[in-house]
Design a protein around this ligand. Structure first.
Ligand code: HEM
Ligand code: HEM
Length: 183
């Protein structure tokens, strides 16, 4: 395994930063889904519940921005070659899963932002309130939130499959993990 077979340091750093952020958002979103707004307020009070929603939206938008940065880096530095090369079926399956992870990392936050503005809630990015991209329409907002939850569920499942494959390669010590590992 040489540097030629690894992603650049910036790409490896972004992979693990985004992995942490996406795990956090999935766990936070799951909590919102399980408790609902009222349940969350009962548990932690109105102030903290409001802050948690604000952080969910803010870190979600950060994921969107960092995923665009990641795709731009990927375009500038295409994936390193595999050593030994992958067989065609492996290439197709891993390529499709990675494409799915990228598409979902973009679609889930975009739909979350659109749902938020359609429901008439503020689209918060830390201290800022961004302009909502949709006019208020409660029915559309509910449909988009359903889609947001479904997209997040599929993203969570895709991440689990991806992680299982990553751990398998790590145990096999076949060099795939070194392509993306930090050290
Ligand atoms: C939310 C969590 C994660 C997401 C969204 C994610 C996403 C991605 C994406 C999009 C790539 C492809 C990079 C590219 O070719 O442009 C990738 C590569 C990789 N990831 Fe993850 N990842 C996550 C977590 C993990 C975890 C926990 C592991 C380890 C158990 C892991 C192991 C790998 C490995 C080994 C590669 C290199 C695959 C290859 O080059 O064929 N990932 N990841
Ligand atoms: C990758 C990024 C994101 C992930 C993984 C994620 C995940 C989730 C999940 C799993 C839920 C629970 C679904 C449900 O209650 O049916 C949720 C709810 C929510 N998300 Fe996200 N989200 C992300 C980004 C965003 C963004 C960018 C925004 C807004 C700017 C947003 C706004 C919301 C709101 C307001 C709720 C509560 C919906 C409700 O209570 O009906 N999310 N999110």
């Amino acid at each position: 395994m040489t540097a030629v077979n690894r992603y650049t340091f910036a790409q490896r750093l972004l992979h693990w930063l985004l992995a942490i952020l996406i795990f956090g958002l999935l766990a936070g979103g799951l909590t919102f889904w399980a408790l609902g707004y009222e349940g969350l307020v009962k548990l932690v009070g109105e102030q903290i519940a409001g802050d948690l929603y604000m952080y969910h939206k803010s870190f979600g938008i950060l994921i969107l921005l960092l995923t665009f940065l990641r795709l731009w880096l990927r375009w500038r530095h295409p994936a390193p070659p595999y050593d030994p090369p992958l067989r065609l079926p492996e290439r197709l399956v891993s390529g499709a899963l990675i494409l799915g992870l990228y598409l979902l990392s973009l679609a889930v936050p975009i739909i979350g932002g659109l749902a938020t503005s359609a429901e008439g809630y503020p689209v918060q990015f830390f201290g800022l309130t961004l302009p909502g991209l949709l006019a208020e329409n409660e029915e559309l907002g509910e449909e988009l939130f359903d889609l947001h939850g479904l997209g997040a569920l599929i993203l969570g499942l895709a991440v689990l499959v991806h992680m299982a494959a990553g751990i398998k390669h790590w145990l096999l010590k076949d060099g795939i993990m070194t392509r993306i590992s930090l050290p």
